[in-house]
Ligand binder design. Sequence first.
Ligand SMILES: [Zn+2]
Length: 415
Amino acid sequence: MTRITHALMKAIADLPVIDAHEHLWPEEYHLAHEQDVLTLLQYSLADLEVAGASPEEVRLLQSHREGPKASLEQRWGIFREYLPLIRDTAPIRALFIALRDLYGVRELDDATVHTASEKIRAARTPGLYDRVLKERCKITGVLNQNPDCRQSDGFLLPIRSLNETLGPLHSRAGIEALGEETGRPIANLDDAVASVSALFDRWQADGTIGVKRAGTALSDPSREEAAAALDKVLEAGEFTPSSLPLQHFLEHWCIEEAGKRDMPVSVHTGLWAGTWADIRRAHPENLIDIALKHRDTRFDVFHAGIPWVSTVGIMARQCPNLWLNLCWCHVISPVLSRRALSEWLDTVPVTKIIAWGGDYWMAVEKVYGHLVMARENIAEVLAERMDRGLCTETRAIEMARMMFHDNAQALYGLD
Ligand SMILES: [Zn+2]
């Protein structure tokens, strides 16, 4: 690390941060579930599978909602076999940094796995989120998408998933459930639109600040096609593949409505979490038609479209309603994250770039580890620009402040 990078890192570490994407559970829920060093793996489980771990070994190490599935000894017995294979990958580095800085554990091995776990358990008391997120990370707000985080507490700020809302409409039961939830029984397309509109009212009353969609392709059915699809679903009752015109019509309606209500639409692009997924299904180019059609809606393009970081940069240069968000990216590929930022700073105004979001569910400590990695990457890119005489140190720190805080604040209209 050069002297300039080091100085920038220090300056950036003092800046306030908006965490521009998480899936964190409410703290009470988090504390009610047992945790240890091996429940914090999350993205590293995919690396384990790529390294050759069997589905059963990975299953035993998963602890998404319900806590550990086996004793720490048993899980460590599996994990220690694969640790030498995955220890150089980016996701596990976020854990190593968190263990080092938050718990003083410098190496994860036979000697420290239990002491590290004890320290993690001891830290799990009310106020954990404040201590890690607000105090250590200097986070002032979290854009949070979690099924149990529906009400804003002024810090965890809810984002609602359009796919979770519209996905169940492939069956009559799903349509009836939506009608019941909003108190508006659905017999035709106008009823369905009124129901979704009522959901938006409720979401906004709860403090929801945006909606999110998956990055898959979206067809553009007519009102008549959508109405016919709704009739078919109501007739068939069960899952109906021909429900797509209904769901896609409503999704377009929601995207337009979000624009009218000043709620940004965040969009997953590129790599999926886990293994055996088809990255082509989330190609950022899927967003081009949508962005061109809904020009008054602002889109927050998640994950830099990895690996298509150049494509999203040029898309954002072409469509003024796109913002570029490096959430999750620094633990997918630090090199691609730096390349993305380096290219984008030449291509779009810095106000369109959001530096970081952790993208964790349970692993709150890794939010800190990931943030340290993001600060390193941003500092390195800005230092390189200073080196080339493209900006002063003052401007570099100003840009960092915008990318870590001000741009997300402005996009989502936060106080
Ligand atoms: Zn996510």
